[in-house]
Design a binder for this molecule. Structure first.
Ligand code: UD1
Length: 339
């Protein structure tokens, strides 16, 4: 089965390409390299021993996307490509709505025209806002998004749901990711943020490597055991495998208008300080950090109830937070050594 992976040179996309190959799928990558790098393709090639077709295409370019669907005859699409910086989305909301939503519609139209019936979408736990009850299940009500970025995920889910409802012979799944961290255990692919990272783990590894002076922990007065935020940190390779399971589930669905959403998390919440302590322990390094004020828009605590994905997709997280932090550090060491 030939699968189009949009954003396949990105963090989650590249790990998913590897897992698709391991499971016998044929990935085809498109990426506009906005927040990724051609070196990633080398890493994928070293891990898998294969050079998968790569097209430098922006998913908003309907003509090029259409031409690609015509040429490649896909069996399914996994759509990662999107902007994802929460803070930037507040500054430039139109960029986010335009980029994240038009690309989705371009792909859905192409899928419809070329009878591609399987579609997996990268959604986010951000659609739950700060839930009243934890852990969050898929039935936990979505709350108004606290950023344009988050809103693009909620709107995208609605667009896919409504489109499937109109009976286009499309089966689709939205995966609501919690916090993906880590890198491939070979250190050949990992997270490669452009500029100053806004996410926690790349900021930690760059600080430990001496590229940044100090990490600021955003807030220590939250209602949590040590006062710092709680998140459900999931190893990126586990998350990548969930996409393979999602395709398997779509493939086995007899209902041609199937749509569903799944939380993809470990089911465990850890505080930011617990993560920092684990990072220091497993890697034997000291991290320079200080406590600072809260970051605007952060939710206090969130973690998944993962029963649905465990039971329906037969997927569960296999790696621990310690595994992910070891892999993230080894990846950083490799990046630093190459410089
Ligand atoms: C958020 C979204 C997630 C989205 C991601 C995209 C929620 C719950 N999560 O993740 O869905 O995909 O953005 O980027 O809305 N932190 C520090 N210091 C730092 C950086 C982060 O203390 O320098 C803390 C944050 O305050 C937070 C935790 O680390 O408590 C995780 O932050 P981050 O990695 O940015 O992810 P989220 O904001 O949880």
């Amino acid at each position: 089965m030939k699968i189009l992976v949009t954003g396949g040179a990105g963090f989650i996309g590249s790990h998913t390409v590897v897992e698709l190959h391991n499971a016998g799928f044929e990935p085809v990558i498109i990426d506009n390299l906005y927040n990724s790098n051609l070196n990633v393709l080398e890493g994928i090639k070293k891990i898998t021993g294969k050079a998968f077709p790569f097209y430098e295409i922006d998913c908003n370019d309907a003509e090029k996307v259409r031409a690609l669907f015509e040429k490649e005859q896909f069996d399914g699409v996994i759509h990662f490509a999107a902007y994802k910086a929460v803070g930037e989305s507040v500054e430039k909301p139109l960029n986010y709505y335009e980029n994240n939503l038009i690309s989705l519609m371009v792909l859905l139209r192409a899928a419809q025209e070329f009878n591609v019936d399987k579609f997996v979408f990268s959604s986010s736990c951000t659609v739950y806002g700060q839930p009243e009850q934890l852990p969050v299940t898929e039935n936990t009500p979505r709350l108004p998004a606290n950023s344009p970025y988050g809103n693009t995920k909620a709107i995208a889910e609605d667009i896919i749901r409504d489109h499937v409802h109109s009976k286009p012979a499309l089966k689709a799944i939205s995966l609501r990711y919690f916090n993906p961290i880590g890198a491939h255990e070979t250190s050949l692919i990992g997270e490669l943020p452009n500029g100053v990272p806004s996410n926690l783990v790349p900021f930690i590894t760059q600080t430990a490597a001496g590229l940044r002076k100090s990490l600021t922990v955003f807030g220590s007065d939250y209602d949590t055991p040590d006062g710092t935020c709680i998140r459900d940190f999931i190893h990126v390779v586990d998350l990548a495998k969930a996409h393979v399971k999602a395709l398997d589930l779509l493939q086995s669905q007899t209902d041609t208008n199937y749509y569903d959403v799944f939380n993809v998390g470990t089911g465990e919440g850890y505080t930011v300080l617990q993560l920092i302590n684990t990072f220091e322990e497993v890697n034997g390094v000291k991290l320079n950090y200080s406590i600072g004020p809260r970051r605007e828009g952060d939710v206090e605590k969130i973690y998944a109830q993962s029963d649905k994905v465990n039971n329906v997709m037969k997927w569960r997280a296999e790696k621990t937070m310690a595994d992910a932090l070891r892999d993230a550090w080894n990846w950083q060491l490799k990046l630093t050594a190459e410089k």
